[in-house]
Design a binder for this molecule. Sequence first.
Ligand SMILES: [Zn+2]
Length: 450
Amino acid sequence: MATVRIQDTLSGELRELTPREDGHVGIYACGPTVYGRIHVGNARPYVVFSLLKRFLEHEGLDVTLVVNITDVNDKIYDAARPLGISSAELADEMVAHYRTDTDRLGLGRPDAEPLASETIEGIVALIAELIDRGHAYEVDGDVYFRVRSDPNYGSLSRRAIDEMNQGEGVEGSERKDDPLDFALWKAHKEGEDSVWFAPWGRGRPGWHIECSAMAEQLLGVGFQIHGGGNDLVFPHHENEAAQTRMARDAELAEIWMHNGMLQFGEEKMAKSVGNVAPLHDVLDDVGRNALIMLFAGAHYRQPMAFDDMRLMEALGRVARVRDAARSLVDGESPPDMRPQRDAFFAALADDFNTARAVGAMFEWIREANRRDAPVGRADLVEMLSVLGLENLAESASEAGAEEQELLEQRQAARAAGDYAQADRLRDELRRRGWEVRDGPVGPKLVALDP
Ligand SMILES: [Zn+2]
């Protein structure tokens, strides 16, 4: 395999990925809190880490990707109350939506998707260990982590210890020994409709502890890559790191990898563009190919503008790949086009630079378009597979006989002036995934993005 380097937030440097001896790589990425439908911004880490897994598997590694689901949280209690349903019902419903919405990305599921509500035993055991070691303390049924007991606290987010605000507001502040401390366990409060039992009383886990417990259970301590959005560096990841460091005398992960946020523009044409852009609306508007092309077109660490112009550009790039793929033939690609293919994979090995990789792929396509002799599609399929876009190069993208028949019927209806029937046939073709495009040599069928 190629040497793969990833920018590590903890050291601030590019670090070489070192798989375990058996070639295994564990990746843990923080997933959504399920109080509503997920936002297109939540889809970015889902896509980044799913594609990273594809790339590492391409390099011959055996990858386990864990993405947790936070189904116990203040936001869920608050969202369920006005709806008159239990927090567990709301969470179940939103977990189902999350699965359906992310399934539509067509990148497969993570290998494990642990729920906080199913990890309570591990969470309670980890908190008990922290109390035993003097790194946590119980007050009136709450348990707090003693931040100043970790000499390395702040090393991930690199801020001075006095410039840290746990964002827990006034809640419990008079019970904490130090305002820097954060909650590991919260005693049951009126209005909360779920409760678990722990040696220090009835209540529920805090947010940060669930990830330390889940990651350890599924990947072991000291796994290769911990990921998530860069909005999680502090306090969430700083706290995860501290909990595991103090309970296990070991670092939770070797490399901390963070993706940049999406930035939403002002102008708005597609219904999905705007400050609240649910993933399912974006997929309705432009399809999964364009969204993945959009994400892959930017370096994962950079903030990314999300607006109509970028979406249209991504749709254009998808169409260019499809058009180019139509003129390719099955089989191996010319050896003298290998440098473009190699540049694609070299870019991914260099801090997973999908933006540069996509550039190299389009270089390959430009070169293929220049050639008179038929060009084999193998290299393009190999590159597209890592991006989850191999469907763009499938030779089976020609419409079937039935669709061609429908197209002919539509032309006949138009010729006869029966435009209502022509429109019905066009809609039927759309339902089957084909768009009628009128060109200089008559209409043709173009595959719609799923
Ligand atoms: Zn987490």
